[in-house]
Design a protein around this ligand. Structure first.
Ligand SMILES: Cc1cc2nc3c(=O)[nH]c(=O)nc-3n(C[C@H](O)[C@H](O)[C@H](O)COP(=O)(O)O)c2cc1C
Length: 325
């Protein structure tokens, strides 16, 4: 009987020559995936972390906040991919050069964002309707940076359309990308609806480059099942990891249990310190308000604690409320 190949999420692999210790990645998350969220994912086992999407135009024009905050990379988070969005190949080339100088290991291009503000400029999922431009933009990122380039895309713009699959094929067959991250939902579905893992499997079997899948991977069981069903090179965790970095270790089979109260509080403590380091205490106090509800669901906090944390205007006040002082 032929040996059955058992694929494991814990196996190392290479993406465009970059060594990645396992097959569980942190997906790009706009407004969230900064260096300390990525570092947190790495601490909990992620093999590869991807930044929130960053505007190629803002980098090209040397926007200070973009270049100092969004391109900040921590020495312990490698391998790290910086995701860029944009529609202009020259601008992308220039931005990619700056991203390489910032220390990224890979560049990912966003061709999946369905938000009108992004699409109306011709970026994000709008590129799926313009394959020549999509190829030119991705090629320019490689030229500017000298780094391996991947593209994250949707299956298409609307149900029944497969523009994303066609663009993925061209990018891979023309040797423009080292890999593809497929979110097998249509852009019009935004983030709801069932991901089409069978379509993902077809792409995995078809493409000469590794395909990572994203979408619907909320639990370890769902992530493992999607990895098996699609045959993908890896899985990228997104919403399931919000306030739940323990999901990385669970998907990797390194732990089964959920974190206890002390562990969750210790994680919040770490997060508050890192946010202060990144943004200064005043901005961090506001920035962290979006993070608290994700963690509080694990602490069984009542509504009044949630509300008080949303009003906390200093980190000291937030620490007091959480009993971390
Ligand atoms: C708040 C939020 C921000 C996101 N930001 C990005 C982004 O910057 N770039 C990107 O390619 N995808 C982005 N996505 C899509 C995710 O990376 C992921 O593909 C999607 O959420 C599906 O995975 P899930 O169902 O496991 O959450 C975002 C999703 C959410 C919910």
């Amino acid at each position: 009987m032929p040996a059955v190949e058992v694929r494991r999420l814990t196996e190392p692999w290479t993406l465009g020559g970059v060594e990645i210790p396992n097959r569980v990645a942190l997906a790009p998350l706009a407004g969230i995936g900064n260096w300390f969220v990525r570092l947190q994912a790495r601490r909990h086992g992620a093999g590869l972390v991807v930044s929130e999407m960053v505007s190629s135009f803002a980098i090209h024009h040397r926007n200070t906040r973009t270049c100092t905050e969004l391109l900040r990379i921590h020495p312990d988070e490698h391998p790290v991919s910086v995701q860029l969005f944009g529609h202009d190949p020259d601008v992308m080339e220039s931005a990619a050069e700056r991203v390489a100088a910032a220390g990224a290991d890979l560049i990912d291009i966003n061709m999946g964002c369905p938000v009108p503000k992004v699409c109306k400029t011709g970026s994000g999922a709008a590129l799926l309707a313009d394959p020549d431009r999509a190829v030119a933009v991705a090629r320019a990122a490689g030229r500017g940076s000298g780094l391996p380039v991947t593209v994250k895309l949707r299956s298409g713009a609307r149900p029944g359309e497969l523009g994303g699959i066609r663009v993925a094929r061209r990018l891979a067959e023309e040797g423009v990308v080292a890999g593809i991250c497929l979110h097998p939902r249509h852009a019009s579905q935004r983030h709801s609806g069932r991901p089409d893992y069978d379509l993902a499997r077809e792409l995995v079997e078809d493409l000469p480059v590794p395909v990572v899948i994203s979408g619907g991977l909320r639990t370890a069981e769902l992530a493992r099942a999607a990895f098996e069903r699609t045959g993908a090179a890896g899985v990228a965790l997104a919403r399931g990891s919000l306030g739940n970095p323990w999901l990385f270790a669970q998907v990797l089979g390194e732990r089964d249990d959920d974190p206890g109260r002390e562990e969750v509080l210790a994680e919040l403590d770490w997060l508050i310190d890192r946010a202060a380091e990144h943004l200064g205490r005043e901005r961090a106090a506001r920035y962290l308000r979006k993070f608290y509800p994700w963690y509080l669901t694990r602490l069984g906090g009542d509504r009044s604690l949630q509300d008080a944390l949303q009003r906390a205007d200093t980190l000291e006040r937030a620490r007091d409320l959480l009993g971390l002082s």
